[in-house]
Write a protein that binds this ligand. Structure first.
Ligand SMILES: NC(=O)c1ccc[n+]([C@@H]2O[C@H](COP(=O)([O-])OP(=O)(O)OC[C@H]3O[C@@H](n4cnc5c(N)ncnc54)[C@H](OP(=O)(O)O)[C@@H]3O)[C@@H](O)[C@H]2O)c1
Length: 307
């Protein structure tokens, strides 16, 4: 089977490419520069030089593909995330980008679209478990992901001959990635890194567990699925970041900083005790790292050469 992957050079896409190749799929992966193309070839994929905003390039990549995984997630990292303009590309890729991928998939008669999304779409549920039927809370920060999801749901809903649209709502990514490194660095410098209430819950996923979940998404019926490890109390998450930074503890961001972050930070403060049981029941996927611990944090040089 031939699988096309967009966002293949990002944290989510890279993990997906590695796992799809290991599972025996032929992977064609979007690269925007010859350098990235070379690196994707090194991961075992066939690189395809194009952008998500290049219709012809996208159409060519999807020719003969059985499935496409849209995993373009350029999330601004660190303090940059506090600047509203920094989210423009992110929002455009989540909305217009997702629409373009779905339209190209329809044209090329691709049967399955897998869309990466985030679990912080859900409204704060306190201590209650959050499954896929829980209410979402749409704000200017979460709307782009919701719009992206709806394109994939339309793709499946309008199908005469059986098209499948799968949305994977990932938890906060932790592991060998830029945002984990930025948070650990901030904790090392004594900055507050906690968001929300210390008693609240965070939904997390290790970078190594993302790829196998994308492989598992090749066999599930259309739908929305939560994907992550066991949720963790926010105070324990902050303690883990602090420990990774070699400190005894780290604080929670105060009201003033939260105001600066505004609507963009708010979804990250929600208490989300998210369950991935439905995805496990449908696909057999289970996180290899089900519980957050010190081994989730890598130190020293990143293992992979793409970043
Ligand atoms: N659920 C979560 O918590 C979550 C989800 C995603 C990301 N993050 C975090 O956010 C940080 C940044 O993520 P990242 O490193 O994956 O971001 P990134 O590499 O900057 O962007 C993600 C992907 O989008 C691609 N892209 C950007 N513009 C594009 C365009 N016009 N056409 C096609 N593709 C385009 C990038 O390609 P290029 O390589 O060519 O730029 C890359 O493959 C990471 O540390 C990650 O942990 C968290």
């Amino acid at each position: 089977m031939r699988i096309a992957v967009t966002g293949a050079t990002g944290v989510v896409g890279r993990s997906a490419v590695v796992s799809l190749v290991a599972a025996g799929y032929d992977v064609v992966a979007l690269a925007r520069t010859p350098e990235k193309a070379l690196l994707l070839r090194g991961l075992g994929a066939e690189p395809w030089l194009a952008s998500l905003f290049d219709d012809e390039g996208l159409a060519g990549m999807l020719e003969g593909a059985d499935a496409v995984c849209n995993l373009t997630t350029p999330v601004p990292v660190g303090r940059l995330a506090l600047r509203p303009h920094a989210w423009k590309l992110h929002d455009r890729l989540r909305t217009e980008g997702a629409r373009r991928v779905v339209e190209a998939a329809r044209e090329a008669r691709v049967r399955r679209v897998v869309q990466g999304s985030v679990s912080c779409l859900y409204a704060d549920q306190g201590d209650s478990w959050v499954d896929e039927l829980a209410p979402v809370e749409i704000t200017c920060a979460t709307e782009p992901m919701s719009v992206g999801e709806s394109h994939v749901q339309d793709f499946a809903a309008g199908a005469v001959g059986g098209r499948t649209g799968v949305v994977l709502r990932f938890g906060t990514v932790i592991g060998d990635d830029a945002s984990t490194r930025a948070i650990v660095r901030a904790a090392r410098h004594g900055h507050a890194v906690g968001l929300g209430s210390p008693d609240g819950w965070a939904h997390v996923i290790h970078t190594d567990d993302i790829g196998p979940s994308v492989v598992a998404a090749m066999s599930v019926p259309s739908g929305v699925y939560n994907v992550g490890a066991e949720p963790v109390r926010r105070r324990d998450l902050v303690a883990a970041y602090a420990a990774a930074a070699g400190r005894d503890g780290a604080g929670f961001v105060g009201a003033v900083a939260r105001r600066v972050g505004g609507a963009r930070l708010e979804p990250l403060t929600r208490s989300l005790r998210v369950s991935s049981r439905r995805f496990t029941a449908q696909s057999g996927w289970a996180p290899r790292r089900p519980h957050l611990d010190g081994s989730w944090f890598v130190s020293g040089q990143p293992r992979e050469a793409l970043r």
